[in-house]
Design a binder for this molecule. Structure first.
Ligand code: AMP
Length: 398
């Protein structure tokens, strides 16, 4: 079965065509700057890569372009668009209504629309992707995979905020969580890996460190706590987001320094985090500067690692133990330095890093703890598109 996975943003569409159940990526690519006369579409199949710069005024045109590339006489990978039996869409917010992947119906689309208030930057674009795909791939079954669904297993004591409870009951103000497909994917990989070596995988902590960052505690495969909450702002220090911050700062900015509410929102989501601390939001630049002796960048790295350490400690307490921690996403997979800063002096939790193994890099699962480490330290590349394809396959082949 050929499944087209689509991740539709405000001005981007990421796509991957995956053959299931053998999980082979047939082709993949990205459209950037939708709405511009100089939009860019990339296409990759195996080692072959190409791109075009062209006018892509809207998502409909973008998806039609993807379809054209997939069916191209020279470089295409399918003969007919109806060869695509399923289109799997990433939808960021499924609220409390969706704890699982769903086939698209009118009701599902209406629910995604009504949840736009909770994810105004994502859900409207995700919905647009679905509507456009319905027009282009008319014979395909459309499926939605929600980022939030994986966290619906969290107990109420973890997801409820300590504010008047009518706000949750009447307005759904509570923690939902994000990056669910990534946490699910790497936690399942970790479980298979650890159990194959007769290890326990009952108490896991998965750490997704990319442009956005989040951390999840999992008991027997189910999320029991997570650092992102009502929106994608809480918890770890991210590229441009502050993560945890005392709400008093917000009111000081507004009442004493004259910021508007929108300006504070912009400040905390787009101008803070590693960018606010150092002037850079790419971890590679920050690491390079720190190596060159930049004290500011070193402090930002220390702050970043310290925040992660505190969450690991909190989640180990919530789990009453720890079998393994898993690093994933751009920074988690590639930054040996940040992993080292996080894992340093964590023997109280049974974590002991092997610095030689930590410095090596491979594309598959890496165990980077010492042979004596009670809790394992793993690096597992995430693959959200494959996770979406797996779930779309599962629901449509039943
Ligand atoms: P993601 O959102 O998962 O694509 O992660 C993107 C982030 O990964 C970038 O902002 C970089 O900071 C970081 N990153 C990518 N490659 C490296 C690397 N080799 N070393 C450190 N950080 C990296």
């Amino acid at each position: 079965m050929k499944i087209l996975v689509i991740n539709s943003g405000s001005s981007t569409i990421k796509y991957q065509l995956i053959e299931m159940p053998n999980q082979a990526v047939i082709a993949k690519g990205l459209i950037e700057r939708i709405g511009s006369k100089e939009a860019k579409i990339t296409f990759q199949k195996g080692d072959f890569k190409t791109h075009k710069v062209l006018d892509i005024p809207d998502h409909q045109t973008g998806l039609a372009q993807i379809n054209q590339l997939l069916m191209d006489d020279q470089i295409g990978v399918i003969a007919n668009k109806d060869d695509i039996e399923v289109v799997g869409h990433r939808v960021v917010h499924g609220g409390k209504s969706f704890s699982k992947t769903a086939k698209v119906t009118q009701n599902v689309k209406e629910a995604i629309k009504s949840l736009s208030a909770l994810a105004p930057l994502h859900n409207p674009h995700n919905l647009k992707g679905i509507e456009v795909a319905e027009n282009v791939f008319t014979k395909a079954q459309q499926v939605v995979v929600f980022d939030t669904a994986f966290f619906q297993s969290m107990p109420q004591k973890a997801y409820q905020y300590a504010i008047p409870k009518h706000l949750m009951e009447e307005h759904d103000i509570r923690a939902y969580g994000f990056h669910g497909t990534s946490h699910k994917y790497v936690s399942e990989k970790a479980k298979t890996f650890l159990e194959a070596k007769n290890g326990s995988a009952s108490k896991l902590i998965t750490i997704h460190l990319g442009n956005g960052c989040s951390i999840t505690a999992l008991k027997d495969g189910l999320a029991i706590d997570h650092s992102l909450g009502f929106g994608p702002a809480n918890g770890l220090i991210m590229g441009t987001r502050a993560g945890d911050i005392d709400q008093s700062v917000i009111f000081y900015l507004i009442n004493q320094l004259g910021y508007s509410a929108d300006e504070v929102n912009e400040l905390l989501l787009k101008e803070s985090g590693m960018l606010g601390l150092t002037g850079h939001n790419d971890m590679r630049d920050i690491q390079k500067k720190a190596e060159e002796g930049d004290k500011n960048c070193q402090l930002a790295l220390d702050m970043n690692a310290y925040r992660i350490k505190k969450y690991i400690g909190a989640y180990a307490a919530a789990l009453n133990g720890l079998d393994a921690i898993v690093f994933t996403a751009g920074i988690g997979e590639n930054s040996a330095l940040l992993r080292e800063l996080v894992c340093k002096d964590m023997d109280v939790l049974g974590l002991e890093l092997d610095t030689t193994k930590n410095g090596k890099h491979s594309a598959e699962i890496n165990e980077i703890s010492t042979a004596h480490s009670k809790a394992k330290i793993l690096v597992i590349p995430t693959n959200e598109e494959l996770e979406i394809a797996k779930q779309a396959f599962e629901i449509t082949s039943k």
